[in-house]
Design a protein around this ligand. Sequence first.
Ligand code: 2BA
Length: 109
Amino acid sequence: MKLVIAIIQDRDSGKLLESLVDEGFKATKLASTGGFLKSGNTTVLIGVEDHQVDDVVGIIKQTCKSREKMVTTMSPLGGSVESYVPYPVEVIVGGATIFVIDVEKFERV
Ligand code: 2BA
């Protein structure tokens, strides 16, 4: 058995969960926060049989879109570390960041 962990954008979570449930997969949604942007994202846990991993990854690819986000960062003014000016930087946020890990034991009691 495998555990698929997908970190996705909040706005894709409804569609992904709906598609997973429609296809008969069980999933858990967790509220999470990205370390870089420090803004909310969604982590979805999906426990599946080994042969189902590609199907789940396919559903994630179909439902989660990458988008550009503007981040305001601080830059030293004229090389001086005492004065900083804010400037916008564009980052592309996935799609999805997907980890697939082996499950040693699975039980439902
Ligand atoms: P964040 O850490 O908030 O990162 C959001 C986006 O900012 C990233 O999108 C990437 O485009 C950019 N970024 C992240 N760290 C950066 C850095 N040190 N320098 C420059 N740009 C940087 P994604 O790569 O699509 O990641 C989306 C979210 O997935 C991340 O949100 C984080 O919550 C998670 N994630 C990505 N890679 C991970 C990893 N190796 N381990 C754990 N979580 C990860």
